[in-house]
Design a binder for this molecule. Sequence first.
Ligand code: SAM
Length: 226
Amino acid sequence: MHINELQRRLVERYPLRQEIIRLAKRDIAITVVVDPDQFLDDLSREEINGALRLPYWAYLWPSSIALARHLDQMETLESQRVLEIGCGFGLAGIAASLGGGRVMFTDYEKDALLFAQYNALQNRCTEGASFVQMDWNASCFNGRFTRILAADVVYEEKNWKPILALIQKHLAVGGTAIIAEPNRANADGFFDLLTHRGFTSEEFGYTALLEEDPSTITVYCVRREE
Ligand SMILES: C[S@@+](CC[C@H](N)C(=O)[O-])C[C@H]1O[C@@H](n2cnc3c(N)ncnc32)[C@H](O)[C@@H]1O
């Protein structure tokens, strides 16, 4: 979709503002929703099992800033196949794309993907990029990726096994899943599960600043042994 058409659709639905995320090598402009709390009622949905699905995609999370910083500083991604799950506004995937990766941005929310695509276009990083609506409980493509990115997606235990299964299915041998987590005690079990399944991980600590509010984030680089 052309950038003007994307902008028209977003402006029609949401008040917008721009965040500039300053990384060591570059700045990234991210268009976000102004005061997403005002849309909570409109955007929340009841799932088939009666659980409430909250519109977490409409917030920019500090984990994605930490993941973008990590990718900017630590990763060489030239021509690598990269998958981002739960991409929200797309910040981490955009950092990967600007580093040379060919990124598939995925989220189960259509509007998140509109923002991710708009943000990718405004940062001129659409080379090899695709935007796919996907529930991580049922991946809708084949193939493996040398990097799988995930910022703040293991906050609920029900998501651990599906995300783990997705990593097992789609991470190439020798590849890395790079997962940013804001040190929630209730996410520890996910990383224990990964270790149990034979993955090894290296941890990097970051402080991410969002609206002058600092958060500490751990970025886990998770590898599957050959
Ligand atoms: C806490 S937000 C993080 C968004 C973004 N990664 C960030 O850090 O700013 C979680 C994201 O996961 C997406 N998500 C939640 N459940 C999902 C599922 N079952 N399949 C795919 N995406 C999902 C949400 O729509 C949301 O964009």
